[in-house]
Each structure stands twice: as C-alpha cells, then as structure tokens.
Design a protein. Structure first.
Length: 140
C-alpha cells in the first residue's frame, strides 16, 4: 500500500510525517519523516520493543548510544538496536530532517498519542505501554 497523503503532525516537539504506518506495513516497520527544529534534543532513552534506524537528510545531529557519541552529517545512517540507551540533539544553528525507521512497527501509535495534549502522568503511562524508558537528559 502506498501512502498518498502527507499527514504532518506536531508531536514530541517536532514536525512528523508518518510515511509508513503499522497498518500499511502489516506491523513490519514504521517510516517517519521528521523535521527537527534548531536546538531540538531527545532525552536519553531506551526502546525495548523496537530497533531504531536514523538517516540524516538535512542538517546535523549529535547522536548518543551506549557510551558513544558521534556527529552525524547529511547522508549518515545509524542503527540503534532495542535495549540500547540512545538519543540525539540537533547540532549547529539550523534545523535537521531525518528518516526515522522502527522495526517492528508500533512507534507510529506512540507518536500519534504525543500529537495531542498529554499530561505528565499520561506520558509516563504511554511510555510504559510502548516499552520506552526515559533515563534523563543527554550528556553535555
């Protein structure tokens, strides 16, 4: 099935377009096109239910996984297996755009939940439901 719409939504502090949903891929994977604003950063966190792959389309990121930290430029690709602490922040003074792929699918539903106003309590429930553990801020 091909997605013929470009449904962009604001979620998790970024502009997200779900290119391949769980329903479209039979649960195999999700593909998200994400525009990250200048100074955007995730917390250090762990996905226990899916592997994550990131491909940098525009801008640059500092990517953290395990004890490592790498600068990711346009064209860089990173694979982060489930269970590995990771996170990223936009580097430099401009925004960044990434393709964010999760295997298997399901992360799209988490993103949809975060596209609506959500309380801190509901956020913790959602993180537990989708098996995501937030460890804290990224290292400096």
């Amino acid at each position: 099935m091909v997605s013929d719409t470009d449904n962009r939504l604001h979620a998790l502090g970024a502009l997200v377009s779900i290119k391949a949903s769980a329903e479209q891929t039979g649960g195999a994977f999700n593909l998200l096109d994400i525009l990250l604003p200048n100074r955007y950063e995730t917390p250090l966190h762990i996905h226990y239910a899916e592997d994550v792959a990131i491909h940098i389309l525009e801008g640059a990121l500092n990517i953290f996984w395990g004890e490592e930290r790498k600068q990711a430029e346009i064209g860089s690709f990173f694979f982060q297996p489930r269970g590995m602490p990771h996170g990223f922040r936009v580097a430099g003074q401009s925004s960044a755009r990434i393709l964010y792929i999760t295997f298997p699918a399901g992360f799209d539903r988490f993103v949809l939940e975060y596209s609506k106003p959500i309380s801190d309590f509901d956020a913790m429930v959602s993180e537990a439901q989708y098996k995501i553990e937030v460890l804290g801020p990224l290292p400096t």
